[in-house]
Design a protein around this ligand. Sequence first.
Ligand code: NAD
Length: 475
Amino acid sequence: MSDAASQSLEGILENQKKAFTAARPEPLSQRRDRIKRAISILSEHGESLAEAMNSDFGSRSYEGSMMTDIVSTIGFGKYCLKNLDHWAAPDKRSVRFPLGLMGAKAEVRYEPKGVVGIMSPWNFPVNLSFGPLMQVLAAGNRAMIKPSEFTPATSDRMRELIADAFDESEVTVITGGPDVAQAFSSLPFDHLVFTGSTETGRKVMQAAAKNLTPVTLELGGKSPTIIGKGADLTRAGERIALGKMLNAGQICLAPDYLLVPEDQEEGVVAAVQLGVHEMYPTLLDNEDYTAIISDKHFERLKGLVDDAQSKGAQVTVVNPANESFASANTRKMPLTILRNVTDDMKVMQEEIFGPVLPVKTYRAIDEAIDYINDHDRPLGLYYFGVGKEQERVLERTISGGVTVNDVIFHISVDDMPFGGVGPSGIGSYHGPEGFREFSHARSTYQQPKIDIAKLAGLKPPYGDAAKKAIAREMK
Ligand code: NAD
């Protein structure tokens, strides 16, 4: 990246910081106005953004884009508007007896941090830029957004729309490749929220550490799906097929692999296949089914299947209409189920991020639990089943979030924090937790007129009052 370009990034940040400081204190109505402007971009231009996503992916379902990127993000903006007063209210805290009686007051004020950097990936390019933006604005901050270079049309469209609706000192979009991303992550933001891979997240956190910029890292990983003994297999199969085929499996929360009881493997695989057949009678020209984002990503997924097959995996391609994928000039990939998988296969080591579904069997539920605990803490964990076994799974595993008897759905609850744990992420947004993540919790204490320090024996020269106070506290 040229010096001039990086200086202009620094210049934009400097301007935003100055404007932020000069405008304080801003009323909540100003935050509301900004959130409403962000919502209007989506409600007025959702269709053109969906078209841009379709062009970036080669083929992306219009309804899918409207639901995952536009409508859900508008809903999240409305949720922020509804809760803003309540989130922004100071929290009264208790003071030690009898300070309260003497007039001491303590409260935590949730104040804006300043300028927040938002870095987003390509898989849900609008949702993962505007989603954090809604809560960054709710907390009273300014924002600079760096979307992914893999969705150039969508990133350009977001840049234009944001430039029309916001002053550059409020919110702005910076486009460019990994060099721009690297320079962006090195800026001295007041907070940086990054959504992307664990590998890039490490680099982003290192760059942010130089400025002691606090980070929220929304990363990826291998989210396991356990089929319990009491699971309704037909329902589980359909829901797994839906979750794995949505956006062609290019979802951070996609069910990465299945853990199924040994004696139910056939039934589970048949149920997933049935689910695919019912939702996608055809795939190649089916506009409901999304393509893989780029040739490079497509080749990586094919490589995962080839590697697994060469090491002994049994491959089942779910191709409802027996279409010829080999001769089609497309990046659409049918769901590919892999059985007899082992940990030396790449598909069991890397996050899959596509329509490839390994199935691993277990004899007793603790074997499945131990397998999960022996690997990185995942972003999501899914369990299909009932009763005591469900609680055992929840109590003995750790993951960013959980959905029981379905996959992915916990992210749709606006009022719960969404984030990972360990290698799947640090911090979270959504819910009241997200507002706090982008706010500074400022402890504010008011001392009464009375000389508390003297009363408590804190003032030298120390005498009887100090001795008594110490003796009292030591009891
Ligand atoms: P990525 O890590 O390759 O890229 C994300 C962003 O990082 C892009 O904007 C890119 O420009 C930037 N970037 C690239 N190189 C960089 C560098 N050296 N320094 C700083 N920034 C750099 O991720 P991706 O391929 O776009 O997205 C897929 C990944 O994102 C998957 O791992 C997925 O699980 C994860 N993801 C997580 C969530 C979540 O909410 N937890 C949501 C969606 C995707």
